[in-house]
Design a protein around this ligand. Structure first.
Ligand SMILES: [Zn+2]
Ligand SMILES: [Zn+2]
Length: 433
């Protein structure tokens, strides 16, 4: 997201989950989504795993001790109740010296405080259960209420209403596609960048900006993206730089026909043919819908020593054994997609040639500029400047699916949210199943 550090954090997490992120897309039939959209099935959102202890208090939340401890204030507990795991199946509970066992504790209208953070109100039910590592805290919440705690973290609320509506449909669809991702831990989605950032009601201050994101959710209530009867996997990124990418050129095992490369420019629909055309395009201002992004074009310069160090540090992450690669002698584009992104990069070192594929290329130079996530995109050209290597690139993020700044550009140019979604997700249906 432009102007926010989210993309860095997300990138870092994606790097951590690099192999997991290659997980095959889920096949969720739209009939299954219907029960969630009509409120019959609430979402289960994991707020904490492995908390040592929970206290249900009456009235105001008091300061808490060790990080990871929980205190929950709720009108439903007449007196303080404390719970800690007795085993991975039972809680041991205490109230006024009385001790008993229970499978779980539940609270409605609860404010939850974790670590040193301020208490946050969560709609729906808070459920506390023992798990293998400690207490698991789950918010059982209807999907539309969940989205109100998601959208402001996924797109700036100052964006155009039609862009916010497109993002609302995307966030709703994404949540349904990822149902059960954390099933082994007892919930559907976590509340961090790994799934979608969810902050309960902490953002619903009486502010006109946030009302706009709630308005976008209400205006698109129940609408999702589907493809041939299944919930789509609507991945998105901050800035494409002028063209999005076929998803299989980003993650090899994602053969999703609706995540096709598309031009993000006014009136241009043909791909970039060859190395020269791609580099010329990246050297130009372009007329793309996302050209307002501060990462629309970027340049990074590395010395070969710097690159060698980064490569050495990132080898295990990239799936190479940590054999000593020696100095990097040359870095070159070996294969480029029709739409301009680098598909294969060859790194020649004293120990031989290493080939890095697709989105993994972004993590090759990680832990350095511009953030822990590596280089902003795989849409770049390489040139030598003396002993240094210069990357001239475009865009921010993986490049598949919706370009968020492009969505904003299209909205400002008068496109409605359905047109925006159709531009980035080829052949999907936008409907209330
Ligand atoms: Zn997750
Ligand atoms: Zn774009």
């Amino acid at each position: 997201m432009v102007g926010l550090p989210h993309e860095f954090l997300r990138a870092a997490l994606v790097a951590v989950f690099l192999r997991a992120s290659g997980a095959k897309p889920n096949l969720v039939p739209v009939e299954q989504a219907r029960a969630y959209l009509r409120g019959a099935c609430p979402m289960r959102i994991g707020l904490a795993v492995g908390a040592p202890r929970a206290d249900f208090l009456r009235g105001r939340v008091v300061a808490i001790g060790a990080a990871g401890e929980l205190k929950i204030s709720t009108a439903s507990a007449a007196r303080p109740v404390s719970g800690a795991p007795a085993s991975s199946a039972q809680l041991i509970c205490e109230q006024d010296g009385a001790v008993w066992r229970a499978a779980q504790l539940q609270a409605t209208g609860a404010r939850v405080q974790m670590g040193d953070s301020s208490p946050v109100f969560y709609p729906g039910v808070i459920e506390i259960r023992p798990g293998a590592l400690g207490l698991t805290v789950v918010n059982v919440v209807p999907i539309e209420d969940y989205l109100e705690g998601v959208l402001p973290s996924e797109m700036p609320v100052s964006f155009h209403m039609e862009a916010l509506k497109a993002q609302a449909v995307v966030a709703r669809t994404y949540a349904l596609h990822e149902l059960g991702r954390h099933a082994s831990e007892g919930f559907d989605l976590c509340s961090t960048y790994h799934c979608q950032v969810y902050r309960g009601d902490s953002l619903s201050q009486p502010s006109p900006g946030l009302n706009r994101s709630d308005e976008a959710i209400r205006a698109t209530r129940g609408l999702i993206l589907s493809y041939r009867g299944y919930v789509a996997k609507p991945v998105y990124h901050s800035t494409c730089g002028g063209a999005t990418e076929d998803v299989w050129n980003v993650w090899a095992n994602h053969l999703l026909p609706y995540l096709r490369a598309r031009s993000d420019e006014w009136g241009i629909s043909s791909p970039l043919a060859g190395e020269q055309a791609a580099c010329r395009f990246l050297a130009s201002e372009g007329r793309a819908f996302c050209r307002a992004s501060r990462r629309f074009r970027w340049e990074m310069e590395f010395s070969l020593e710097e690159l060698s160090e980064k490569f050495r540090a990132n080898m295990p992450l990239l799936g190479f054994s940590s054999a000593e690669p020696g100095q990097i002698l040359e870095v070159a584009v070996e294969r480029r997609s029709r739409w301009g992104r680098v598909e294969a990069l060859s790194v020649s070192t004293e120990a031989g040639v290493f080939r890095i594929w697709r989105d993994n290329i972004r993590w090759l130079f990680g832990a350095g500029k511009p953030g822990p996530g590596g280089i902003p995109s795989t849409f770049f050209c390489i040139r030598r400047k003396g002993a240094n290597v210069v990357l001239t690139g475009g865009g921010w993020g993986h490049g598949a699916g919706m370009c968020q700044i492009g969505a904003e550009g299209r909205a400002k140019a008068g496109r409605r949210f359905r047109q925006i979604l159709a531009s980035y997700y080829t052949g999907v249906e936008v409907a209330r199943p």
